[in-house]
Design a binder for this molecule. Structure first.
Ligand SMILES: *[C@@H]1O[C@H](CO)[C@@H](O)[C@H](O)[C@H]1NC(C)=O
Ligand SMILES: *[C@@H]1O[C@H](CO)[C@@H](O)[C@H](O)[C@H]1NC(C)=O
Ligand SMILES: *[C@@H]1O[C@H](CO)[C@@H](O)[C@H](O)[C@H]1NC(C)=O
Ligand SMILES: *[C@@H]1O[C@H](CO)[C@@H](O)[C@H](O)[C@H]1NC(C)=O
Ligand SMILES: *[C@@H]1O[C@H](CO)[C@@H](O)[C@H](O)[C@H]1NC(C)=O
Length: 528
């Protein structure tokens, strides 16, 4: 061997050693495929895509009201037309066929079924619309997964207090019952609520979503209390009245960030991160999956803060024993939405709100890549840790990832279509799902990409695009165009993961590196 070759070998050996991460978060890519019965889905929600806000007997919902007040939503955008999917669902189904998904998660607009929220106002035209959609999906071999509540509460129910009024438990149950009765023969995957955390915090806490209430230390907790009981009641209705004949599955879908201790060697940071997880995911998951009640650490913290304020009871309502029995175990799977991660350290807050009761502070590592949404930093490894947390805390359930995805803001259509950042996001996050399954034995059974289409991103209007397909909101026809990420997801689904296509040559490569390293070491010894 010539000296230059020796040098090259040594260099190669050094480089190959450098490529192995020695500390910090594991970033190594895992090649491999998903289990055979793992399935792929994409998702939307009624208000974000349907439009048709004033047709066929539909009543007003809280997002109609909220958007029609100037200043509530970025650019005063509304969902009046949105993607016009109420009329263009056939086109949406073609896009799904092209992607190769086996499932489609969408939501029902309650106010199309019960225009005033109550069963007295039953509107057959609403059922007819969703039945046509379900039939069209099934004709295309796409399995519907229906969310009953994805945030668009009939306005008439808001007028009596919305989710802070426990009479909604009965109204929601009436609505769920009708949907099971009418569509249940054709649908066997149901979600009661989508992200109750967001409903109660953004809607009743900080007021950044409809109905725009800012009662962060009180109504937020009451909202969650009513929603948990509503979920449980609807689950039991399905369980006792429909399960035997319809044989479907019903659960709730909870959103959670991963909360990583800022300093994992500092017990105070670790405790704060756990508190933050309990306040966010445990708030809903603990009653439903553990014992019918809120996490102890959460109850104690809110109680403590309430006492310090001079109140005579906790601001967080409590469940009776009978209610705990009714709530506990109301799940057939664990529905999980996930987007991002934060670092957590303890912090004493002066004021009282859901956020401050937990005495924790969120920090975002400046090195984490940004997205089109200020709250969404790209941190793929957080998903793997979250999945293990769910497994360890909630009894190793079947987990359906019901949402995961990323927004991008683009100035031109061309930019929007060339969404390499979204491909990177999906590749990274979905690979962490594979690691959770293959390396951590987490029972994840499905993955849902949010979203099929660019759509109405709530108070951000149309500025933050989450779609695999571009929608031109300036064109009355709302044409859709596949982005590069749609092609990527299509291939990923076809491959059922990340098969190591470089197989042989890669192994040869590492054999050469290995040989060179050995030679390098021997030569170094000889020449020293
Ligand atoms: C429905 O709303 C649209 C605007 O989005 C309006 O042009 C139309 O006249 C309304 N239709 C009815 C029946 O009120
Ligand atoms: C939105 O509506 C508000 C209130 O009507 C108005 O002051 C504001 O200029 C509007 N913004 C845009 C971008 O049109
Ligand atoms: C709660 O709803 C019921 C009707 O279902 C209504 O009679 C009552 O006034 C509401 N409570 C509040 C505080 O609005
Ligand atoms: C992390 O916490 C440990 C234990 O409190 C402390 O010794 C260490 O200095 C901290 N590390 C940093 C980077 O702050
Ligand atoms: C309650 O507050 C006291 C001080 O006011 C504190 O010492 C104690 O640790 C707190 N307990 C909980 C569970 O937060």
């Amino acid at each position: 061997m010539r000296l230059s070759q020796v040098g090259a070998c040594v260099l190669l050996a050094v480089v190959s050693i450098q490529l192995v991460p020695c500390k910090g978060q594991a970033t190594e890519f895992l090649f491999g495929t998903f289990p055979d019965n793992f399935w792929w889905s994409t998702a939307t929600s009624s208000y974000q895509i349907e439009g048709a806000w004033n047709v066929s007997g539909k009543g007003l919902n809280i997002w109609d009201t909220y958007c029609h007040v100037g200043g509530n939503v970025n650019n005063n955008d509304t969902g009046d037309v949105a993607c016009d999917s109420y009329n263009k669902y056939d086109e949406d189904i073609k896009l799904m066929k092209e992607l190769g998904v086996s499932h489609y998660r969408f939501s029902i607009s309650w106010a199309r079924i019960f225009p005033d929220g109550t069963k007295a106002s039953y509107n057959q035209a609403g059922i007819d619309h969703y039945e046509k959609l379900v039939d069209a999906l099934k004709a295309n071999d796409i399995i519907p997964m229906i969310t009953l509540y994805h945030w668009d509460l009939p306005q008439a129910l808001q007028d009596m207090g919305g989710w802070t009024n426990e009479s909604l438990i009965g109204h929601f149950n009436d609505y769920a019952d009708v949907m099971f009765e009418k569509l249940g023969p054709k649908v066997d995957l149901w979600l009661t609520f989508n992200e109750p955390f967001v409903v109660c915090w953004l809607g009743y806490g900080v007021g950044a979503h409809a109905p725009g209430i800012k009662e962060a230390g009180t109504s937020t907790y009451e909202c969650a209390h009513t929603i948990i009981k509503s979920h449980a009641k609807a689950w039991h209705t399905y369980d006792t009245k429909y399960r035997a004949t319809q044989k479907g599955k019903i659960g709730i879908t909870l959103d959670s960030d991963w909360k990583e201790a800022f300093n994992a060697s500092n017990p105070d940071d670790v405790a704060a991160a756990d508190r933050a997880m309990q306040f966010k995911l445990g708030w809903f998951a603990h009653p439903i999956f553990v014992n019918g009640d809120y996490p102890e650490v959460m109850k104690a913290a809110v109680y403590n803060k309430s006492m310090a304020q001079g109140l005579d009871a906790s601001r967080q309502p409590s469940f009776t024993e009978a209610e705990k029995q009714e709530i506990k175990g109301t799940h057939d799977f664990f529905g999980l939405n996930h987007y991002t991660t934060q670092l957590i350290e303890p912090r004493d807050w002066e004021f009282e709100s859901w956020e401050q009761d937990q005495e924790a502070k969120e920090i975002r590592d400046p090195s984490w890549p940004d997205s089109g949404s200020d709250w969404l930093k790209v941190v793929p490894w957080g998903l793997r840790k979250l999945l293990s947390f769910v497994k360890d805390n909630y009894g190793n359930q079947e987990i359906i990832i019901t949402e995961n995805g990323v927004s991008i803001q683009s100035n031109t259509k061309e930019d929007a279509l060339n969404d390499q950042a979204r491909i990177d996001y999906y590749r990274g996050y979905i690979n962490e799902v594979l690691k959770a399954i293959r390396l951590d034995n987490v029972n994840v059974i499905a993955y849902t990409a949010w979203s099929l289409l660019d759509n109405f991103e709530w108070s951000r209007g149309y500025a933050e695009r989450f779609g695999l397909h571009y929608v031109d909101f300036d064109d009355p026809a709302r044409p859709r165009t596949a982005k590069e990420s749609a092609k990527y997801i299509k291939q990923l689904i076809k491959d059922h993961g990340f098969p190591d296509t470089s197989g042989g040559s890669k192994k040869q490569g590492s054999a050469i590196v290995g040989l060179c390293s050995v030679l390098g070491v021997i030569l170094l010894k000889l020449f020293n």
